[in-house]
Write a protein that binds this ligand. Structure first.
Ligand code: KIV
Length: 278
């Protein structure tokens, strides 16, 4: 049984930190789930770290669906949240509903939406009313990179912090069960988290929020095109992978692979028959 919205809320109420990581494929999702994480996010960051696009806005709904299904097949215990990609919810409420339903059918338990415009609040109200839990996303919102003009810290003064709080309160009132807060000074995030009933999940938002999310490729050291200051790297998977790949290439080139255990062997009499064949 996957974790419910109520279980996630209980963690905040009990002062326990909520653990969140992204995952995009079956086996990574399975291992993350086996480590007892609370939420697995199939983030649109897969546009960059899996598909090699320039921006998260480049990934389509069709592409995201494949990864949401793969992750869902690997997860038993964690809540799976699917990130609604650019243009999957901006066109109309009907389209947004249809796309959110596609993710739920693909095995997700909830969806994530960036922003807090009145149009979006209406969609959030509708999705929650039909039983689709929604996670919000405020602060730096990668989909608005063209408006924001780069990876810029948000909520940098008291008024801007209060503005984000007011946006977060609207998300809470519209029915969001949690909100991701990205690239916000730690004092601002602490203030916002303390004024909300729903959990605040930080990314580049300091330690005094209700939980943390990072991109799994960043903690494993697999993606090397971007190294955000807020991401802590726990191992160097890129080097581990390249060492293994190089070892394999050497073995092939030196005829050290495959050995007999890795080969299928003829019976001796059949081998002898082949040797005597002219
Ligand atoms: O797409 C993503 O991975 C995200 C998280 C980093 C919050 O939105």
């Amino acid at each position: 049984m996957r974790k419910s919205v109520q279980k996630i809320q209980n963690l905040k109420n009990e002062g326990k930190k909520i653990t969140v990581l992204t995952a995009y494929d079956y086996s990574t999702a399975k291992y993350v789930d086996e480590c007892d994480i609370d939420i697995i996010l199939v983030g649109d960051s897969l546009a960059q770290v899996v598909l090699g696009y320039e921006n998260t806005t480049d990934v389509s709904m069709k592409e995201m669906q494949i990864f949401v299904s793969a992750v869902s097949r690997g997860v038993e215990k964690a809540m799976v949240v699917a990130d609604m990609p650019f243009m999957s919810f901006q066109i109309s409420k009907e389209e947004a509903t249809k796309n959110a339903c596609k993710f739920i059918k693909a095995g997700a338990n909830a969806v994530k939406l960036e922003g807090s415009s009145p149009y979006l609040l209406d969609i959030i109200k509708h999705l929650t009313s039909i039983g689709i839990p929604v996670m919000g996303h405020l602060g730096f919102t990668p989909m608005s990179i063209n408006t924001i003009g780069g990876h810029k810290i948000q909520g940098k003064d008291s008024q801007k912090t209060i503005d984000i709080l007011n946006e977060a309160k609207k998300l809470q009132e519209a029915g969001c069960f949690s909100v991701v807060l990205e690239m916000v000074p730690k004092q601002s995030s602490k203030f916002i988290a303390s004024k909300l009933d729903i959990p605040v999940i930080g990314i580049g938002a300091g330690v005094e929020v209700d939980g943390q999310v990072l991109v799994v490729d960043d903690i494993l050291g697999k993606y090397d095109r971007l190294k955000p200051r807020f991401a802590r790297q726990y191992c160097n998977l890129k080097d581990i992978m390249k060492d293994a790949i190089n070892a394999y290439l050497n073995d092939v080139r030196n005829s050290n692979f495959p050995n007999d255990e890795e080969s299928f062997i003829l019976e001796q009499k059949e081998e002898e028959a082949l040797e005597s064949y002219r």
